[in-house]
Design a protein around this ligand. Structure first.
Ligand code: IPD
Ligand code: CA
Ligand code: CA
Length: 267
């Protein structure tokens, strides 16, 4: 295993212990509202601080972007870490058991390492560019499903920004017609990991932030899948509009999405 990935794993496990410890007293947590339906708790902050501390002690020069603390690392223009210390905060705060920690590293703008950790199930999803994706020690592959028939899809239903809700609902309906169903688990990082693991055949969501899926996108591509924006292009890291899946089903998903792409959703 690559030594840098090992350090990311250690940081993710440390954050996992923090999430598990606080989960026993959710009702006593201090929670702030960042914007409508967007919450941050002392857990998000404590987990991020622990991850940043571990990364900084090993890589003092590396740039770090965390959801809660923004830019908080060194000045490197080559190495950048992208962290979501708790992906699925809404679930976590409700005691709904689906959340994760996401840590990615980019080298010269390209995703190099990714870790998504589910501390409840102790599932550790990892990927290094060119070396494949793994769940614990098992190598991951996306599914081979060719058509919507029988496909299980994941998504994220907009709950903060409602600007594209009609377009989104059109897409949802188009995906429901002949698939096996659509799931909305509530942690985008894990949704991508599940596509990599073949638990979901495909996934799409609008308006994600880079920390939600930087690690997940590498997991999917290293498991043989593909990730694009809504029009099949490569601007998903900027727009946060993403479609992921195996190559064939991904193409089918893009076809279903196309009729709902107004000018603001073409990327
Ligand atoms: C959220 C989760 C959710 C997705 C949202 C994200 P957070 O992250 O990934 O599944 O639908 O768009 O913001 O706020 O819980 O870290
Ligand atoms: Ca997130
Ligand atoms: Ca978060």
């Amino acid at each position: 295993m690559h030594p840098t990935l090992n350090i990311a794993i250690r940081a993710a496990r440390t954050a996992g212990r923090i999430l598990m410890r606080y989960s026993e007293r959710i009702d006593q947590l201090t929670i702030e509202t960042k914007s409508r339906n967007d919450f941050v708790s002392e857990v998000d902050r404590a987990a991020e601080a622990a991850i940043v501390q571990e990364l900084r002690s090993k890589f003092p020069d590396h740039a770090i972007l965390g959801e809660e603390g923004g830019q908080q690392g060194g000045r490197s223009t080559e190495f950048e870490w992208i962290i979501d210390p708790l992906d699925g905060t809404t679930n976590y705060l409700h005691g709904f058991p689906q959340f994760s920690i996401s840590i990615a590293m980019k080298y010269r703008g390209q995703l190099e390492h990714g870790v998504v950790y589910d501390p409840l199930r102790e599932e550790l999803f990892t990927a290094t560019r060119g070396r494949g994706a793994h769940l614990n020690d098992r190598r991951l592959r996306v599914t081979k499903r060719l058509t919507m028939e029988g496909a299980l899809l994941g998504t994220g239903i907009p709950y903060r920004e409602q600007g594209h809700i009609d377009a989104y609902l059109g897409m949802l309906k188009a995906m429901l017609v002949d698939s096996a169903g659509v799931r909305r688990p509530g942690s985008a990082a894990l949704d991508f990991a599940y596509v990599a693991a073949g638990r979901l055949d495909g996934f799409w969501e609008l308006g994600l932030a880079p920390w939600d899926f930087a690690a997940g996108a590498l997991l999917v591509t290293e498991a043989g899948g593909t990730v694009t924006d809504l029009a099949g292009g490569d601007r998903f890291m900027d727009t946060g509009n993403v479609v992921a899946g195996n190559l064939k089903l991904h193409a089918v998903m893009l076809e279903r999405i196309r009729p709902f792409l107004g000018p603001a959703l073409r990327f």
